[in-house]
Design a protein around this ligand. Structure first.
Ligand SMILES: Nc1ncnc2c1ncn2[C@@H]1O[C@H](COP(=O)(O)OP(=O)(O)O)[C@@H](O)[C@H]1O
Ligand SMILES: Nc1ccn([C@@H]2O[C@H](COP(=O)(O)O)[C@@H](O)[C@H]2O)c(=O)n1
Length: 210
């Protein structure tokens, strides 16, 4: 199959990571077909909490590294690099836990992986060939998060505000912002920065042509 390249896209919550990754993926799939590119989400590796009550799950700090099963993500990246498929868990933000079914991710020449804490974990960082950091202003991220979480994740404004003050903002300064130093490419203005999208697409085309 040829050498696998793993590209990490990190940054604050609602900084545009998913939009950036999905735009790169969809535009390249339309151009080149889908067999040589796969996408993973760090959020899929939030720990399973099905043994806890819903009320207990609401108390979890979802912005702390301990909320993630980074070891499993690391293992899956290694398997994909060695040419094997993996079963990526599926996660419910409404239920705060994993769903029973998983998604089969096939090995590919280029793997895109996106998530808030990817570059703050040294053992994950070692697996990334290229690292991108979405450097969107925090106030913009907050406005986008309010809209998204109310529309798509079933949250009230009060719960978003409380979670933001207690967990999301502190974690940005403790873990996410310091991890920017590990990025190869820093992207301003979020998931619609067309120049940055074109640069990553050009790099992927080059890798696929090797
Ligand atoms: N440049 C942008 N302009 C307008 N809206 C954006 C932009 N980038 C992202 N968004 C929107 O902001 C929200 C959060 O973006 P998303 O890609 O889900 O962020 P992340 O994956 O970093 O949490 C989504 O509703 C997305 O459509
Ligand atoms: N049950 C959960 C799990 C995660 N979150 C929040 O999601 C954010 C990470 O996802 P992004 O798509 O925004 O990067 C993170 O900031 C968690 O607070 C949640 O609210 N509930």
């Amino acid at each position: 199959m040829g050498k696998t390249t793993i590209i990490a896209i990190a940054g604050a919550s609602a900084s545009g990571k998913s939009l950036f990754a999905s735009t790169v993926y969809q535009e390249l799939v339309a151009e080149l077909g889908g067999e040589r590119i796969s996408v993973l989400q760090e959020d899929a590796y939030y720990r399973d909490q099905s043994h806890l009550s819903f009320e207990q799950r609401q108390l979890t700090n979802y912005d702390h590294p301990a909320a993630f099963e980074h070891g499993l993500l690391s293992e899956h990246l290694q398997l994909l690099r060695s040419g094997q498929s993996v079963e990526m868990p599926q996660y419910s933000y409404q239920e705060h836990t994993r769903l029973e079914k998983s998604i089969t991710v096939s090995p590919a020449r280029v793997i895109l992986v996106e998530g808030i804490l990817l570059l703050s974990d040294e053992s994950l960082r070692e697996q990334f060939d290229i690292s991108v950091f979405m450097d969107t202003p925090l106030d913009t991220c907050l406005l986008r998060r309010i809209n998204r979480d109310m529309e798509l994740r079933g949250r009230s404004l009060a719960s978003i505000t409380e979670q933001y003050e207690n967990y999301v903002r502190p974690a940005f300064f403790d873990f996410i912002f310091p991890s920017k130093q590990h990025a190869d490419l820093v992207v301003t203005r979020g998931g619609q920065n067309e120049i940055a999208i074109d640069i990553i697409k050009a790099k992927i085309r080059q890798l696929l042509a090797e």
